[in-house]
Structure formats: C-alpha cells, structure tokens
Design a protein around this ligand. Structure first.
Ligand code: FES
Length: 162
C-alpha cells in the first residue's frame, strides 16, 4: 500500500469491511464514501490503497470512481458551485451563468468536469436538474439554493461566499 492512513481511519474502514462477510468487494462504495468524507477527494493513491485493502485490482475501484458523479478525483475549492444544465435551465441561460462564475472567480478549463478558481476558493461544475425548473437558471452554492441566477447575482454570490 503506497500511502499511510491514520490508525483511527483504518479502524473505521475495517469496521465497514466487517459488515460484508461474504464479499469484501461489496464494501467498495461505502469505503469510497468514507474516504471522500475524510479526505475530500479520491486520489490515485487512495484507489490503490482501497483496492489493496479489499484484495481487488485498482481498476475495480477506478471504474466505480469514474462511473458515479458524486466521487471527486481532485481536491475541491472551499465553495462548491453547482449550476444546473438540464433543459429548462439551459434554455434559461445556465451556460451563461456558468461562464460568468468562471469569469468572475478566475477559473479556467472546459465545461466537461469541475473547474477550479486559481485561488482554490471555488469549484464550479454543471449538474443535472435541481428540481426547480420554473426558476431557471438554478444554482447551488455549497448546500444553499439560488434561483434565476444572472450575472449580477453571480457577482453577489461570489461576494457572499468568500
Ligand atoms: S432544469 Fe434546472 S432545475 Fe430543473
């Protein structure tokens, strides 16, 4: 195993694995959640570590991490900005909203995955429907919900979330 984890964390991992006496492999998703909650993202080293712990190949873990959108492969900023891109929001201007966030917080990169501001404060990503389709474009700042987010609102939110 290429990295060392805190003993307390490994104890929790062993407890979770103990809940799956028939097949350790079944503990893969719970372990990934636990890892992300504890360390913020799932690095290549984390994948190797978890695979070794479960007596699997790293590809068995990597395929889960890349399949499920809730898993993060890189560290995220202090504030996580989610912009809905499903139909109503796309028609209501969510691509412009996403571009405004990038412009005003100094983030670069394409729109296919999370993008990060240079100061590490913000991570912006597109997500699917946030269930408020009548008030497009819709955004979540961490766990807070905002509707009809235009450029003026983008600037206001970036001021608010420092
Ligand atoms: S389409 Fe954006 S909230 Fe539903």
């Amino acid at each position: 195993m290429s990295i060392t984890v805190p003993a307390e964390f490994e104890k929790k991992i062993d407890e979770v694995i103990g809940h799956y006496p028939v097949s350790k492999r079944s503990a893969s998703l719970p372990l990934l959640h636990l890892w992300q909650e504890s360390f913020g993202h799932i690095s290549d080293e984390a994948i190797d570590w978890i695979a070794a712990k479960l007596e699997l190949q790293p590809i068995n873990i990597l395929e889960l991490v890349t399949f499920y959108p809730m898993f993060r492969r890189q560290p995220f900023g202090k504030h996580h900005i989610r912009v809905c891109r499903t139909l109503s929001c796309a028609l209501g201007g969510s691509y412009e909203t996403h571009a405004c966030f990038k412009k005003h917080c100094g983030a670069d990169g394409d729109d296919h995955g999370p993008v990060h501001s240079e100061d590490g404060k913000y991570t912006i990503e597109f997500v699917e429907c946030l269930a408020s389709c009548g008030t497009a474009p819709v955004v979540m700042m961490n766990d807070d919900f905002y509707e009809a987010v235009d450029e003026a609102k983008v600037k206001e939110l970036l001021q608010k979330y420092q």
